[in-house]
Design a protein around this ligand. Structure first.
Ligand code: PLP
Length: 438
């Protein structure tokens, strides 16, 4: 794909050498709100959600998208997706609490945690939130929560580990015998038998999530086939119907200019069509088809604007030192991930040079982009770090006592602050000094 088109797909374009994001001048945003700052494009979130929904609707009408809020849990993002009709996948009690604060009803949430505590189960059961169990041993504790609260049993679901995982990094692959997630095929019948016989459940769902950041749609194929064969065996052996079949998330985005977007047509072929074939055989009931995308919806919707404060030439290498690092975007440091970085003001640059774009954190791993060819940079320039909307803010930290930046939402050319920048006092607000140290 042509580079300008690749940028345009992310709502980025240069007008008179100034970078615009969602039709707004990035330098004006940087100067009005300060940097570093997360800038989020509302229409991109809507567009990506609609694109997925259209694909699902074209294949199988009874479907639901559960947005994985771990990718971006800002209340305004949850509200935007709520207005699109989204459902929500939560991985912790805190994420469910956040959904409630955004006005999301419990019946639109699925709780796919792992290593649940009793308190997690009680919170879910008390609030009528559906749980995806991650081990057989958890069943007893879930039932205990129902009994303790005197609640009628809802749907029970287990996360299956189909053993064929994929993902952009070994830490984001979540299927495989050696990995902690879900139950393997040899435990599936036992799990659901116990749910019926010991748990007294009468309604069932089933789930898998094989990994995150998958850009090749064929990487979903083997897992989908295995998952569907497990389901076929389960429903015929125990003679049960399923309320839903959940294929998880994992749909990737093109972080690099040479990458093409995930081909949804092929995803549909290798996952949804096979699901439809199984439903067509008539032994699983008429389940909802569920997917749980996070990154696909939010990653390209946000950039981080940062300012260069130091250009350093150590005689061997050029460094462009900026005012944010792995405190606001840990993916490059944690996974070696690539985030494209561009200059907001290309005026009057006669040549380009290679830089390591580095943050201010006291670790040599604080590199946002290595060996990046950029127009010659000067101190004071603004840079945009792309695709920071998924696992950017939600994985941020205050390491080195750096308060988190604000988040700005762009819509129809207008800017809205949707999260205030933290202050130094915010960093200290939960600390107490015992009397003997006063
Ligand atoms: C259970 C589950 N569902 C969905 C997701 C979302 O993944 P992604 O953002 O890659 O779509 C994750 C990510 O870790 C997950 O663990």
């Amino acid at each position: 794909m042509d580079y300008e088109d690749w940028l345009k797909r992310k709502s980025l374009e240069y007008r008179n050498d100034i970078l615009y994001f969602a039709e707004v001048n990035t330098i004006e945003i940087a100067e009005k709100f300060g940097t570093p700052i997360y800038v989020i494009n509302e229409q991109m979130i809507r567009k990506k959600y609609k694109k997925l929904k259209k694909m699902l609707d074209s294949a199988y009408k009874k479907n639901r998208i559960y947005f994985a809020i771990k990718s971006n849990s800002n209340l305004s993002i949850l509200k935007i997706l709520n207005s699109e009709g989204s459902y929500y996948d939560c991985s912790s009690t805190g994420e469910i609490y956040t959904c409630f604060k955004a006005g999301i009803a419990p019946d639109r949430i699925i709780y796919t945690g792992n290593m649940f505590t009793d308190a997690d189960f009680e919170f879910a059961v008390k609030n009528d939130v559906l749980v995806n169990l991650d081990s057989i041993s958890q069943l007893k504790r879930l039932v205990k929560a129902y009994d303790k609260l005197g609640k009628e049993k809802g749907i029970v679901s287990f996360r299956i580990n189909p053993e064929f995982g994929a993902g952009h990094h070994v830490h984001t692959i979540t299927a495989g015998k050696e990995l902690k997630f879900g139950i393997l095929d040899n435990q599936v019948i036992e799990a659901y038998s116990k749910a019926i016989d010991e748990g007294g459940f009468k309604k069932f769902g089933i789930h898998q999530h094989i990994g995150s950041g998958i850009i090749n749609p064929y990487d979903f194929e083997k897992a989908a086939e295995k998952f569907l064969s497990i389901i076929k065996n389960l429903t015929s052996t125990l003679n049960i119907d399923l309320e839903f079949i959940d294929f998880g998330g994992g749909l990737g985005i093109p972080y690099r200019p040479e990458e093409e977007p995930l081909d949804l047509k092929t995803y549909k072929e290798v996952v949804i069509t096979k699901f439809k074939d199984l439903v067509g055989e008539g032994n699983v009931g008429t389940p909802y088809l569920i997917i749980e995308p996070g990154r696909y919806i939010t990653a390209e919707a946000s950039i981080i604007l940062t300012q260069i404060n130091t250009i350093k030439n150590n005689g061997h290498k050029l460094f462009a030192g900026v005012n944010t690092g792995f405190n606001t975007l840990i993916r490059p440091t944690m996974y070696g991930s690539y985030h494209h970085i561009i200059l907001c003001n290309k005026n009057l640059r006669e040549r380009s040079l290679k830089y390591d774009v580095t943050g201010p954190i006291c670790e040599s791993g604080d590199i946002l982009g290595k060996n990046r060819e950029l127009p010659e940079l000067v101190e004071g320039d603004y840079l945009a770090i792309l695709d920071a909307g998924a696992y950017g803010f939600t994985m941020s930290s205050v390491y080195n006592s750096r308060p988190r930046p604000a988040e700005i939402l762009l819509n129809d050319g207008l800017t809205y602050k949707i999260r205030k920048e933290e202050t130094y006092d915010d960093l200290l607000t939960h600390q107490f000094i015992p009397d003997h140290l006063m």
